[in-house]
Design a protein around this ligand. Structure first.
Ligand code: FAD
Length: 212
């Protein structure tokens, strides 16, 4: 069984930062990140894959940063934690012993219970490169796109997908304004005006009932 002083589950923003910080403060410790996927997306860059960044390959958290900091990597999904015996089991049966364990397994997107959400050509914003690649192909082919939700991610997607594409995009937001969970009304209106100027259709105060 492999043994580490610090084992971190998840190699995205929290996991990578925890590993590098551990290395900085405890240079003698053996540190391992267990990450589910070979390629970890920079989550904040995902909307930009569809515009300025241009591909998932240019939006990865580079392993080189971790290797440079002498942090070991194990690709696999941690499926069992045995707290008393202090080990983590990977889906393939491999076991890793730890002294301290950090769980940085993050979040998956919530899919609202809208009728028709499971239909073809309906996508969610997953942090998965293959899924996002397939979405890029569809965006490049699309003539009409509807984005449900006018928060940060919805607005960023609309703005980026509109760049250099002949595509009709509508953002549907159930609150009176886009970005309203984070900004006051004056600022939200400015954001809406900007995105409308760039050719995006904005529908507010309306809740999506069904996807047909
Ligand atoms: C589209 C988008 C845009 C965003 N834009 C911004 C922004 O502009 N500014 C900002 O501050 N924040 C932004 N955020 C939020 C920010 O990205 C998150 O707060 C951040 O990613 C959280 O990092 P995390 O490491 O906690 O979790 P996550 O990024 O969710 O990473 C968790 C990782 O753990 C892995 N994992 C989970 N379970 C296991 C397991 N059992 N074994 C091994 N690995 C596992 C996952 O596969 C994943 O790689 C954005 C998020 C998204 C989705």
């Amino acid at each position: 069984m492999r043994e580490y002083d610090v084992v971190i589950i998840g190699g995205s923003a929290a996991g990578a930062t925890a590993a590098i910080t551990t290395r900085r403060f405890y240079p003698d410790k053996k540190v391992l990140i267990i990450k589910r996927e070979e390629n970890v997306m920079i989550p904040c860059g995902i909307p930009y894959i569809y515009g300025d960044v241009g591909s998932t390959a240019k939006n990865l958290i580079p392993d080189a940063i971790l290797e440079k900091n002498d942090i070991d990597l194990l690709i696999g999904e941690a499926s069992v934690i045995k707290k008393d015996e202090k080990f983590v089991e990977i889906q393939n049966g491999e076991k890793v012993k730890y002294d301290k364990l950090i769980i940085a397994s993050g979040s998956d997107p919530l899919v609202p219970p809208i009728k028709g959400s499971d239909k073809d050509n309906v996508f969610i914003v997953k942090k998965d490169d293959k899924y996002l690649d397939s979405l890029l192909k569809e965006v490049n082919k699309a003539k009409d796109m509807v984005i449900i939700g006018g928060g940060f991610i919805g607005m960023e997607f609309a703005d980026e997908c509109k760049k250099n594409r002949d595509i009709n995009i509508s953002v549907v937001e159930m609150l009176p304004h886009c970005l309203m969970l984070v900004f006051d009304e004056e600022f939200c209106k400015q954001g809406e005006e900007l995105i409308i100027e760039r050719g995006v259709n904005v529908i507010t105060n309306e809740k999506v009932e069904e996807i047909t």
